[in-house]
Design a protein around this ligand. Structure first.
Ligand code: AHR
Length: 506
């Protein structure tokens, strides 16, 4: 028996213009993300620089606007100078974040070039673990200064005449985490980040800076961390970061899917903490949020740290995502859109092989994981203005959350005001939802398509090298437009994209 939900949309209830950088991703020097992921010289599909063209094609299909690099935990022990200049002279280093051997065959210039080929921007992280403001400002000079100084001339001598023009910089990574190389207290980090920010912006005042917020809402120092670090950096930085990864602990699917409600609480708490600091400082400046690591992560976690040390590009943290995981990723994307007034950047972690939407086989093909699809749809059709919806429908209580809406939804109006797209997850484990959408302000719009991702026959189905298309979207047919009322049946446990466009006047 289908359940019922009602949705109303009003053109005046706009959340915010969406910053397209919320569809960012992340490439770290970890496992096979770089080596065997984006870079595999000798592969039949590699280009003249050793970059895999099949991965570039999939990245372009996702239309990823920005990619964070080079870490992650990796950055906190990284000497950027190791990764520039002639490849044969670059050192092999013992890498202490993941206990691997880093060959440095890919570094700053190479990644900037990969980003150009993939049609994306770089979000560069600096090492505030083992290093500090000095190495950070030198890297800004190396990347962004035209010429005529030590580091800009070093870049030119290395073969890169034009500056890389990197706009967004992260001041370290997860510095609140005891696992982090060079872990700091909030006060220590706040002071270091402020000093790094000052010299980096002296070097290039056009850059934007992201201060490290908490590594997650379960950290014991959260949210006092944000309060303390922002009291040092508020006037110097543009964003504070948030990270979260959701696990599946048991067979409790309703609780698993409700975790995006925790993401929403996390965003609201960090935004409130920023506003509290703003008020304390009598500041006029609003701090924005960079959700620069988010995803579902649990399949491969148990094997983390168990493989032999000091391998080069070992295969680890390679979650093979199920259909269920794609639903939670869909809800996380909806959550980011609903918070588009504060979240200006976000990075699904990561892009290739390591907890990623794209997988590759060494020497073999590349394919799309289940989570590729909600990310693809949101990035393609979720640009413009995020619209607030009034949703009235069934709710459920579960471990950790009460009154979780079965229908998780948001809408986006495109920049030209000619298209409207609804993104929705039906979290109901038993029943389809008959959703009645009142489109009273959108007279003359008609349905272009209803895209459905569902897999009732096996919720744990995944795409693998042997069957890369097992879980894929299909065209939905169960919808009907009646004047300005749209009725759509959303299958139980499904990701839905309903695209409407204004009919052309003849
Ligand atoms: O994305 C994998 C790791 O998760 C990153 O290196 C770190 O920042 C986070 O804990």
């Amino acid at each position: 028996m289908a359940k019922k939900a009602r949705v109303a949309i009003d053109r005046d209830y706009r959340i915010a213009k969406i910053d397209k950088r919320i569809y960012g991703s992340f490439i770290e020097h970890i496992g096979r993300a770089v080596y065997g992921g984006i870079y595999e010289p000798g592969h039949p599909l590699s280009d003249d620089q050793g970059f895999r063209k099949d991965v570039i094609t999939l990245t372009r299909e996702l239309d990823v606007p920005i990619v964070r690099y080079p870490g992650g935990n990796f950055v906190s022990g990284y000497d950027w100078e190791d990764g520039v200049g002639p490849r044969e002279k670059r050192p092999r280093r013992a890498e202490l974040a993941w206990f691997a051997v880093e060959t440095n065959q890919v570094g700053t210039d190479d990644f900037a070039e990969w980003a150009r080929r993939a049609g994306t921007e770089v979000m560069m992280a600096v090492n505030l673990g083992t290093r500090g403001p000095d190495a950070a400002r030198n890297l800004v000079e190396y990347c962004n200064h035209e010429s005529g100084t030590r580091y800009s001339d070093m870049r030119i001598a290395n073969g890169w005449r034009a500056p890389h023009g990197i706009k967004v910089w992260c001041l370290g990574n997860e510095m609140d985490g005891p696992w982090q190389i060079g872990h700091k207290t909030a006060e220590e980090y706040g002071r270091t980040a402020a000093e790094a920010a000052r010299v980096m912006k002296m070097m290039d005042p056009t850059i934007e800076l992201v201060a490290c917020g908490s590594s997650g809402p379960s950290m014991p120092t959260y949210p006092a961390w944000e309060d303390e670090i922002l009291s040092h950096t508020y006037d110097l930085v543009d964003y504070v970061s948030l990270h979260v990864y959701y696990p599946k602990k048991d067979d409790d699917l309703p609780s698993f899917l409700a975790q995006s409600c925790g993401m929403d609480e996390f965003i609201r708490t960090v935004a409130s903490t920023c506003d509290y600091v703003k008020a304390k400082r009598r500041s006029k400046k609003t701090m924005y949020l960079s959700f620069d690591e988010w995803n579902v992560w649990y399949h491969a976690l148990a094997s983390n740290g168990k493989s032999p040390r000091w391998q080069t590009a070992p295969a680890f943290n390679e979650d093979i995502y199920t259909f269920e995981d794609a639903l939670l990723v869909g809800s996380m994307l909806i959550t980011l859109l609903r918070n588009a007034d504060r979240v200006r950047m976000a990075c699904i972690a990561q892009l290739v092989n390591v907890i990623a939407p794209i997988m590759t086989a060494n020497g073999g093909g590349a394919w799309k994981q289940t989570i590729f699809y909600p990310y693809l749809h949101a990035s393609r059709y979720g640009r413009g203005t995020a619209m607030r919806l009034a949703v009235d429908g069934p709710t459920y209580d579960c471990r950790g959350f009460e009154r979780v809406p079965a229908l998780d939804a948001v809408a986006v109006e495109d920049e030209e005001g000619q298209a409207l797209t609804f993104f929705a997850v039906n979290r109901d484990v038993d029943d389809p939802l008959d959703v009645e959408i009142s489109l009273r302000d959108y007279l003359g719009y008609s349905v272009v398509e209803h895209i459905v991702l569902d897999h009732p026959e096996d919720l744990l189905a995944a795409n693998t090298v042997e069957s890369p298309k097992r879980v894929a979207p299909r065209a939905g047919t169960e919808w009907k437009m009646d004047g300005t009322t749209l009725r759509v049946r959303m299958p139980r446990l499904s990701w839905n994209v309903v695209r409407l466009a204004k009919k052309r006047e003849t």
